[in-house]
Design a protein around this ligand. Structure first.
Ligand SMILES: Cc1cc2nc3c(=O)[nH]c(=O)nc-3n(C[C@H](O)[C@H](O)[C@H](O)COP(=O)(O)OP(=O)(O)OC[C@H]3O[C@@H](n4cnc5c(N)ncnc54)[C@H](O)[C@@H]3O)c2cc1C
Length: 411
């Protein structure tokens, strides 16, 4: 170490881990401390609902390599503890064990915790959530061929687990409060297509249903629910997975003025406007995006990767704003679905697909401009779609709908 500058990263997950690695790659020569409450070194989470759950990848595979980075204290001092309080005026962090750490700059990358349901029985054995390696391994242990799984919530994680559980020969029921699956990221045409695929593999999907209670029933569980029509019903199951989103992990910032309940608002420089020495990256950040003229909170692998790199660069003097087009993917059965951009406020949806309907592009337009798109089994078009969104060009509709014209030709 040649400098005394001390950067502390709170959160030893994907984004926090990448910030540490990028800082050292950018020749940061000061002190670097990472406070992370999980037992594992920083790892990537997408496999938790897919390859790790079905046993195709071991946990060690998910760690942000090289492993030696996390054991070499010259790279980073990794404290396995929870941050419990921040004294913003003193720039002092208190940990759950009572110890304190003074710092010059703070990076918050604490992500979120799986939201729980405030209903009777939500804490019974057999009721699972999925955010960590430990959660995924516990769910895998519980899932046996023939076991009955009830998934509450038809978002990305709920439906990925549904697909994995079917592959593991479980019987799957999905209960969703809204009208469609993956409603937050897919237009209805894509959501309906995906729903049909799940149903054709044997999954029962019930939408517009609210779960009211979970109870012990013999050696299993009974889920009580009520449809929007008012009809109450119950079903017996062995396992429940609650997959109803996340809550930002910002409790330790209470009273600092840096966080809201939804996360940490930051500007295009990833810094908190109320405390510019505090930067945020990953799921916890609510980042202003001038392309969409709004602040976005993204729960995506890509954002954890790219915002972490940007935060390290800002700490090392970067001046250009962090400006990315949102992108996420999900793998369900043999299908890869990528969502690029933000469809909010779209006034038109244009679909093109091949004859078999296996490869499709669904574009959302606002005022004739492409603002978002869904690529089904067509990920190689992603960078062209990003280019079209970024440039804001208008393209004639008949060309967008023509499957024989690739997005590359339209750029
Ligand atoms: C099951 C699953 C599947 C996913 N699949 C996909 C996918 O297919 N595609 C995609 O684009 N994205 C996917 N994601 C999303 C992606 O993994 C997340 O966006 C990414 O992990 C966010 O990284 P992060 O560092 O912000 O948060 P995290 O990786 O959650 O890391 C936050 C870390 O901070 C720790 N922490 C929290 N509070 C404190 C505290 N007070 N003190 C110390 N430590 C603390 C947490 O324990 C955690 O280790 C998936 C996520 C999950 C859970």
């Amino acid at each position: 170490m040649t400098s005394d500058r001390h950067i502390v990263i709170v959160g030893g997950g994907h984004a926090g881990g990448r910030v540490a690695q990028h800082l050292r790659a950018l020749d940061f020569d000061g002190r670097l401390t990472m406070v992370g409450e999980e037992a594992h070194p920083p790892y990537e989470r997408p496999a938790l609902s897919k390859e790790l759950l079905v046993g195709e990848r071991p946990p060690e595979d998910l760690v942000l390599g090289p492993n030696s980075f996390w054991t070499d204290s010259a790279s980073v001092r990794w404290i396995r503890e929870r941050a419990s309080r921040l004294d913003a005026s003193q720039r002092m962090l208190t940990l759950a064990d009572g110890s304190t750490i003074a710092f010059d700059e703070l990076v918050v990358a604490t992500g979120g915790r799986a939201r729980t349901l405030a209903i009777p029985g939500a804490d019974l054995p057999g009721v699972h959530s999925l955010r960590t390696i430990a959660d995924s391994l516990a769910l895998r242990d519980a899932l046996k061929p023939g076991s009955r799984v009830t998934i509450i919530g038809a978002g990305v994680i709920g439906m990925e687990v549904a697909a994995s559980a079917v592959r593991m020969q479980a019987e799957v029921i999905v209960l969703e409060a809204g009208r469609q699956i993956l409603a937050r990221c897919l237009p209805s045409v894509a959501s309906d297509w995906l729903r049909d695929i799940h149903v054709s593999r044997g999954t029962r999907i019930e939408t517009q249903v609210g779960v009211t209670a979970i109870a012990q029933s013999g050696s299993g569980l009974r889920v009580h629910a009520v449809r929007d029509s008012g009809e109450a019903f119950s079903l017996d199951t062995d396992i429940v997975l609650v997959a109803v989103g996340i809550e930002s992990a910002v409790e330790f910032l209470d009273g600092s003025g840096i966080a809201t309940a939804g996360g940490i608002p930051v500007g295009e420089d990833c810094r908190s406007p109320v405390a510019p020495w505090c930067l945020a990256a990953g799921d916890v950040s609510i980042t202003y995006n001038s392309l969409y003229d709004t602040a976005l909170r993204q729960e995506t692998w890509r954002n954890a990767e790219s915002q972490a790199r940007a935060v390290a660069e800002f700490l090392m003097g970067r001046t250009e704003p962090f400006l990315e087009i949102p992108w996420m993917w999900t793998d369900q059965f043999e299908h890869n679905i990528q969502v690029v951009g933000r469809p909010d406020g779209a006034d038109e949806v244009i679909t093109s697909h091949d004859k078999a309907g296996r490869i499709a592009t669904i574009l959302s337009l606002r005022g004739g401009r492409i603002v978002a798109g869904v690529l089904i089994n067509n990920g190689r078009d992603r960078r062209y779609l990003e280019k079209l969104i970024r440039s804001g060009v208008t393209v004639e509709r008949h060309r967008l709908a023509d499957v024989s014209i690739s997005l590359k030709e339209l750029c």
